[in-house]
Ligand binder design. Structure first.
Ligand SMILES: C[S@@+](CC[C@H](N)C(=O)[O-])C[C@H]1O[C@@H](n2cnc3c(N)ncnc32)[C@H](O)[C@@H]1O
Length: 305
């Protein structure tokens, strides 16, 4: 398995995230999912085996197995696999990298990838090629990636400028009453950001975060409409369906808790709920175009071999 610095940082980020969640509760809430579940029911084959690649602690693997699908899970964070084995010992789940899947060619009739392709700094090509390799001819894959929607295209460059010019400026931080960057780390951080910026793929929108321990880290790419579709086609997949999906989560990503109902904020309420203004804004944006303020894109594709 690859263990470069960026892969280690992926493991670090997700170890933290999953350690704060409750697997048993997450399995239960899969049944209330109104976005993904209908796609799974409509498209996942009941014959043959399905791999969820980058499955976290395996809540969908467990839930879909209960529904009668033959499931396997793959995840790079070893603690996730341990947790799943502890609560649901009969689950087939392995530690591994989605870019080097530990299964032979043509092992699966179905493949699920929810929020995974965007985490490879070198881009999603290798993951897509591996997905193709392990799928049988005619196998179905359901893929979800975060959208770089039209709103973000307008807003993010402005925000980026603000971050570069103002948020990292110590004088401005003082005026805003924000903690200053540790001066000993300032130079180191700038070098790391430069290194990340040189590595990222320009066709996607990279999100770079600042971690208290690790400093600046590559988090994920947001994908423009159509870009991933082209890539999937070029690697041998036929598009069965693709759609923009809106979700209250996007309000949290962009505006924090401003447009969320009290008590339904992240991370307290796993299912975020919009307040009246949030609902109004979302309806307005969706009336403009479903691509204007969507959270993710979903692709259902078939491997043509
Ligand atoms: C956004 S989470 C999604 C988890 C799960 N699919 C879900 O729907 O909740 C992304 C997951 O992909 C895993 N991941 C990221 N890069 C990976 C890689 N190269 N190989 C295997 N898993 C990876 C992360 O550890 C994390 O658990």
């Amino acid at each position: 398995m690859k263990t470069d610095q960026y892969t280690e940082e992926i493991v670090y980020q997700w170890q933290k995230t999953w350690s704060e969640k409750d697997l048993v509760q997450s399995v239960e809430s899969c049944g209330n999912d109104t976005v993904l579940l209908p796609y799974f029911v409509r498209y996942l084959p009941k014959n043959g085996k399905i791999l969820e690649s980058g499955c976290g602690f395996g809540h969908w693997v467990v839930y879909l197995k209960r529904m009668g699908y033959q499931m396997a899970g793959l995840e790079i964070v070893p603690e996730c696999v341990e947790t799943c084995k502890k609560f649901f010992p009969e689950t087939e789940m392995k530690v591994g990298d989605v870019r080097q899947i530990p299964y032979p060619d043509n092992s699966f009739t179905g493949y699920i990838s929810i929020g995974v392709l965007e985490h490879m700094i070198e881009g999603p090509e290798k993951t897509i090629m591996e997905m193709y390799r392990v799928l049988q001819s005619g196998g179905i894959s359901i893929i979800i990636v975060p959208a770089f929607n039209y709103f973000m295209r307008l807003w993010y460059p402005i925000r980026q400028l603000f971050v570069k010019l103002l948020r990292r400026n110590e004088f401005v931080r003082k005026i805003l009453g924000k903690q200053s960057y540790p001066s000993s780390k300032n130079h180191e951080f700038k070098l790391k950001i430069k290194e990340i910026e040189e590595k990222v793929q320009s066709q996607f929108w990279p999100v770079i975060g600042l971690d208290i321990v690790k400093g600046p880290m590559f988090i994920e790419y947001k994908c423009k409409r159509g870009h991933l579709e082209g890539l999937l086609k070029s690697k041998g997949f036929e598009i069965v369906e693709s759609a923009p999906i809106s979700h209250p989560h996007i309000f949290h990503d962009i505006f924090g808790n401003l447009f969320l109902k009290k008590g339904g904020e992240f991370p307290k309420g796993e299912t975020l709920q919009l307040n009246f203004c949030g609902r109004f804004i979302l309806d307005l944006f969706n009336a403009l175009s479903p691509h204007f303020f969507n959270y993710v894109y979903i692709y259902v594709v078939r491997a043509n071999k």
